[in-house]
Unconditional design. Structure first.
Length: 103
């Protein structure tokens, strides 16, 4: 699980089981019992969480470079997954608060 979370953008989940000496079924059962979701869904959630965490950083500029760096293929891919997890578009991400009043 740690490796899947850490390398969510580049890891091929279908290769993870054989690399660890586990069958795909055993790997899936392990993820379901530990995380509550299958390995691929865990990977998608980890990638999405990392993207959102970066986007909420006060120094962010645009969501597209963040999405590409996180492993999304293109803008459409990120928007579709963002909508799937939040029900909104990325344009609705609130501006991060840095504790200073706006000018």
């Amino acid at each position: 699980m740690r490796r899947t979370y850490r390398d969510a953008a580049s890891l091929h989940v279908d290769r993870l089981g054989p690399e660890l000496g586990l069958s795909a079924r055993h790997l899936r059962r392990g993820f379901l019992s530990t995380a509550g979701v299958p390995p691929k869904e865990f990977q998608l959630l980890a990638r999405f969480q990392r993207s959102i965490r970066t986007l909420l950083n006060p120094a962010r500029t645009s969501y597209l470079p963040v999405a590409i760096e996180a492993g999304y293929w293109d803008q459409s891919h990120f928007i579709k997954e963002f909508h799937r997890f939040t029900g909104q578009s990325p344009a609705r991400i609130p501006e991060p608060r840095c504790g200073l009043p706006r000018a």
